[in-house]
Design a protein around this ligand. Sequence first.
Ligand code: DGL
Length: 275
Amino acid sequence: MSTPSSPIGIFDSGIGGLTVVREFIRQLPDERIIYFGDTARVPYGPKSPDTVRRYSLEIGHFLRSQDVKAIVVACNTATAHALPTLQREFPLPVIGVVEPGARAAVAASRRGELGVIGTAGTIGSGAYERAIKEIAPNAHILARACPLFVPLVEEGWLDTEPTRLIAREYLAPMKAAAVDTLVLGCTHYPLLKPLLAELLGSDVALIDSAHETAAETARVLRARDLLAPTNGDGWRRDAPVAHRFVASDAPDHFLRLGQRFLGSAIACVETVTLG
Ligand code: DGL
């Protein structure tokens, strides 16, 4: 039975979803988070929709067994392939990153010329185009898969010559189409924001869905009276909120790279094998 003090479950194919956790901690500091990164089976980007759905369901069942009050799919590829399946399967709020990102992009766009970048799976699914068209039927959308960005970010090559070259190549059609807004439709891309902003120029709005997804989760929990109690409720927390980090593979990589994505150190990662 979910209560306001139950944790929020957030999952991703690996460590990238920690960029989303970071925003949740900023906007919802009283919420306890249990994060699952499927590090044993990352990347999801090139995998088939059926496989990604199967993995996502397994993770959903694991999170449910931890008594979460909501599931947030931080992974764009898993949202694109599995969100409706997860929403049918679990009797609790399941929130993805695509719709919130699409809403933020439409709100930011001045001329209705939008670009979307993501993994091959996310772009191939057409999920962002559908979500944007639903809100802004007249928008022009140019979508492009940028599969090399994920390994470059994991390598920490956020602003090296090879990354610049590849980014220039990927962004050339976006520049040619004069997009005014670019959706960073992948957990890893927010780390490339400074480089992408420099290459595209300051008049192109760069949207990452994390902010809007945390805001949407807050709205959904508030509507169900499931927001965690805050100091404002006359209740005082004695200890800092304790989040849990769980990975499906050995924790070394997670511990090493986690800080880059989360913005603060991770002390402990549990290992849980699925499938
Ligand atoms: N987390 C994935 C996404 O946001 C990127 C990494 C992967 O391919 O699994 O689409």
